[in-house]
Design a protein around this ligand. Sequence first.
Ligand SMILES: NC(=O)c1ccc[n+]([C@@H]2O[C@H](COP(=O)([O-])OP(=O)(O)OC[C@H]3O[C@@H](n4cnc5c(N)ncnc54)[C@H](OP(=O)(O)O)[C@@H]3O)[C@@H](O)[C@H]2O)c1
Length: 269
Amino acid sequence: MTKIAVLGAGKIGEALLSGLLQGGRSAADLMFTEKHEARARSLTEQYGFEAVTVAGAAEKADVLIVAVKPQDIEPLLTELRPVLRAGTLIVSLCAGLPTSLYERRLPAGTPVVRVMPNTPMVVGEAMSAVSGGSNATPEHLKVVEELLSTVGKVAVVPESQQDAVTALSGSGPAYFFFLVEAMIDAGILLGIPRDLASTLIIQSAVGAATMLNEGSSHPVILREAVTSPAGTTIMAIRELEKHGVRAALLAAIESARDRSVELGRQHED
Ligand SMILES: NC(=O)c1ccc[n+]([C@@H]2O[C@H](COP(=O)([O-])OP(=O)(O)OC[C@H]3O[C@@H](n4cnc5c(N)ncnc54)[C@H](OP(=O)(O)O)[C@@H]3O)[C@@H](O)[C@H]2O)c1
């Protein structure tokens, strides 16, 4: 069985480790590094994973999953370089960090797979996009796909599309939270108590997401099915179009992509 170490067990690292445990991996095959002793103790008590040092992770694990904040990457790679065993697979969950950064900092030939996950990983519903670096083989990608499929869906994309993916699914949950928040406010405007407005909107979001996910229909077909002639929905749709909501989403996501490109440039040599 592959031994896996998560380097930096924060929100995403813990979500992945607990998802792997729920997906049937043994706690004995999972380990982590963590700067804060109290947090490390609590993760071990709660799940049974071993807290290790970076050198311990490099010695024992076959796959090292990097889940520190992008700004913490340099000291981590400096610590990892002298202890890394040949053939160990590096999986980066760090937003904006190219595989070439790892390839430059780690020993020649180190296989690296870059992943853009998203926060629904904490409920086992992540959307992760994976890209192999220049030393990653199709087998390495398969290992990563299998790992991540225990916490959601996985798509393989060329690394050149990772900035677009970051803007679409990496930030995507935030756009839905924003829409839900605005729709709850509309409920308040119409005199509905906040708790009830939240229930009405959140359940509508869950129901709509389930229909999109389980059915084979295109979103346009689903929307047209609830848009009757001279009815209430078409009145709302007219206002959404008048206020440029579709154009706003296109511009917003394009702008998020541009910011991702800009952040990635900070890691070019
Ligand atoms: N959260 C998201 O929505 C999301 C989505 C996609 C991708 N990501 C990526 O996932 C990564 C983790 O994000 P997160 O939200 O889980 O961040 P986080 O909660 O801050 O977790 C990172 C953890 O790593 C620790 N750490 C930093 N340097 C370390 C080192 N050298 N050795 C061991 N532990 C170290 C941090 O400690 P300190 O707090 O003391 O620094 C923190 O506990 C980021 O690179 C992010 O870009 C996150």
